[in-house]
Design a protein around this ligand. Structure first.
Ligand code: ADP
Length: 347
């Protein structure tokens, strides 16, 4: 006999039926009744559907909110960079601000803040350099324009009055000769300076003790001052021998030019284990503290009465830098200056 029953729990409906079984189906010690129970899964499937729909809904919502949030955050983070780009574009186009341009520094994010500060430092140093170059070109043209104007003036004078007053001709020719020589020296110095700043020098291990002694011996007779030598033997440095000669000759030339007749010039060479230190000391007028760095600027001159063009020490400084060296001025006792040039020693 087959019996069907429905049992209801709170949310689920259970179906079961009772099946009669034959004697053969029943094993020993077992009763002869068997239940088949069916559980209605509609509610469970319904629930699963809702769970899946909810999960999909949450995922979709998270995706939309997440995308919007990422977009917003990215925009917020990018804003300072966009501003930087915009202002650098403005500065690039605006000729007026070229040379003084600075970018805005946002407070946040920290990385962009730091980047803008570093960028402004870089701009400041580039501005400084381009200002120095502008100054150099302006000084060079001024320095060259003056002798040319003088020469042209004398040529005009000879043309106009030379026939009636031939006595003016020798004086004018003297002037033209002197000024054109001055211009020639200046142009040669400008070329030297430009070459020194562009060329990378071939450095080798140079026995400075021998080189410095040799240079001084060669130039001793041409100099109108007694020279004392204090050379430590076997000081070797990684330098370019030709530029060491140019540096030393230029410093000797100045030592003689800016010190009284009869006073000694002392050339020294020592090593502190890291640098070979070459010194040229004179007993001249000396150089004040605030002029000690300025004298290396192009066209800077202290005393206009002594002839010169203010390029000698600028060339020296450039050559020292090309040799990976350093130069400084210290006071000599009781008077005068000591130019100290250091070159890295050979390893
Ligand atoms: P120049 O000698 O043609 O004027 P330099 O560049 O060689 O140019 O020197 C720059 C200035 O530095 C000089 O005008 C001079 O005033 C000063 N100077 C250079 N060497 C000495 C020195 N040994 N003693 C005193 N002043 C010096």
């Amino acid at each position: 006999m087959l019996l069907g029953h429905i049992a209801r729990s709170k949310n689920n409906v259970y179906y079961y039926h009772l099946k009669s079984v034959t004697k053969q189906d029943v094993k020993e010690n077992e009763t002869g009744v068997q239940y088949d129970v069916w559980l209605r899964l509609d509610d469970v499937i319904d629930l699963m559907g809702k769970i899946v729909a909810t999960i999909l809904g949450i995922a979709l919502l998270s995706f939309i909110i997440g995308t919007a949030l990422i977009y917003w955050v990215a925009k917020r983070l990018n804003r300072p960079l966009v501003q930087l780009t915009r202002s650098s574009k403005i500065h690039t186009k605006d000729v007026e601000t070229a040379g003084t341009a600075q970018l805005p520094v946002p407070k946040t994010p920290q990385e962009v803040h730091d980047l803008s500060i570093e960028f402004n430092h870089l701009l400041a140093s580039l501005n400084q350099r381009s200002e120095a170059d502008r100054q150099f070109v302006s000084n060079a043209s001024h320095e060259l324009r003056t002798p040319i104007a003088g020469i042209r003036g004398h040529v005009e004078m000879i043309k106009r009055h030379g026939d009636e007053h031939p006595e003016i001709i020798p004086t004018s020719l003297d002037f033209i000769d002197k000024e054109s020589k001055r211009m020639q020296t200046m142009i040669e110095n400008l070329l030297k300076l430009s070459r020194a700043s562009q060329r990378s020098l071939a450095l080798s291990d140079v026995d400075l003790s021998e080189t410095v002694t040799g240079i001084v011996e060669r130039y001793r007779d041409g100099l109108k001052r007694p020279i004392e030598l204090a050379i430590t033997p076997d000081v070797k440095a990684r330098t370019n021998a030709d530029s060491v000669q140019q540096i030393l000759v230029s410093l000797l030339d100045n030592a003689q030019k800016y010190s009284p007749t009869g006073s000694d010039i002392r050339v020294g060479l020592t090593s502190d284990g890291q640098y070979a230190i070459m010194t040229v000391a004179d007993q001249g007028r000396g150089i004040t503290d605030n002029q000690k760095t300025k004298v290396f600027d192009r066209f800077y001159r202290v005393d206009q009465e002594i002839p010169g063009n203010g390029l000698g020490l600028a060339i020296v400084k450039q050559l020292v830098v090309s040799n990976h060296g350093q130069i400084k001025i210290v006071d000599n006792a009781p008077q005068g200056s000591i130019f100290q040039v250091s070159f890295p020693i050979s390893m």
